[in-house]
Design a protein around this ligand. Structure first.
Ligand code: MN
Length: 287
């Protein structure tokens, strides 16, 4: 099942290039509308996804909206945290080693030494938004990544069990200013975390190994890779992350970018696709 959020927080089922409005399925969430302060540290929709999916099957209608007529929001509205993997493809590590001017030396290490980092949830937007360049004097890069959405509260997950805690997958853009500062500063500006175009549930997506990632800028190929080349694969990343953090429904794991990162400028359009998910286009603008 492909689920999107669109327009004014509507819930959509994506089929054959169009959207079926299934917002009424949100009534299956026991926390709504009673949800009150203090809010939970997880995403309510992802936590109740099984019940919502059941309602969606009952609500399926023939009223279809063309995808081109909707504004796509982040498929996860309220992730408790955005966990991200640095330099998790060998060829990307090689390109960072080869270019000391662009890639600050203190950030060029193996992921097993660097560990993971967090991006601010306030940086998150969907495919219908724009990427707003905040510091045009700094080099700002695109990074396409397979993004994993956690489906249940978990801690110390064994790699063999890791795929069972996943709610679904989406395309992640980890937009990044290059430079010497901490990653959490350079990658957490408003609009610098893009998720979209929708969530593909884990049962539909299947094995995350062997997925092609392609990113172009104004049609020019920049990143072409495959998730089989991840240094730490999805189960290893979940095991690693959950050995430090309790993971909650809706937490997002950016699995790291492959080689071919490069600068983006206002006026350009990013097209990003991952096999089994789909494609999204995001415009870059001056803030
Ligand atoms: Mn990244």
């Amino acid at each position: 099942m492909k689920l999107c959020r669109f327009n004014d927080d509507r819930l959509g089922l994506v089929e054959d290039g169009s959207v079926i409005d299934v917002s009424d399925a949100l009534s299956a969430l026991p926390a709504l509308p009673a949800c009150a302060y203090p809010l939970p540290c997880h995403d309510i929709l992802i936590a109740g996804l099984a019940d919502v999916r059941e309602r969606i099957e009952q609500l399926r209608s023939d009223a279809r909206i063309p995808l081109s007529d909707v504004t796509l929001l982040s498929p996860v509205a309220n992730p408790g945290k955005l966990v991200a993997a640095p330099v998790n493809y060998q060829a990307h590590l090689d390109e960072t080693v080869a270019d000391p001017v662009t890639f600050s030396r203190e950030h060029v290490r193996r992921i097993q030494e660097t560990g993971l980092f967090l991006k601010a949830t306030s940086s998150l937007v969907g495919a219908g938004a724009t990427i707003d360049i905040h510091h045009p004097d700094r080099r700002t890069d695109h990074e396409i990544e397979l993004a994993v959405v956690i489906g249940q509260r978990c801690k110390d997950v064994a790699p063999a069990d890791a795929l069972s805690v996943i709610a679904g997958y989406t395309i992640g853009l980890d937009i990044t200013i290059r430079g010497p500062e901490e990653r959490s500063l350079r990658k957490s500006l408003d609009t610098y975390s893009v998720l979209g175009p929708w969530l593909v549930t884990a049962d539909e997506f299947g094995d995350p190994v062997g997925r092609d990632l392609v990113l172009t800028v104004d049609g020019e190929p920049r990143q072409t890779a495959n998730t089989r080349d991840l240094i730490l694969d999805v189960p290893a990343l979940i095991a690693f992350a959950s050995s430090y953090y309790t993971l909650h429904p809706g937490d997002v794991l950016f699995t790291g970018t492959p080689e071919g990162v490069g600068p983006i400028k206002p006026g350009e359009r990013i097209t990003a696709s991952i096999g089994g998910i789909g494609e999204m286009q995001v415009d870059v603008v001056a803030r």
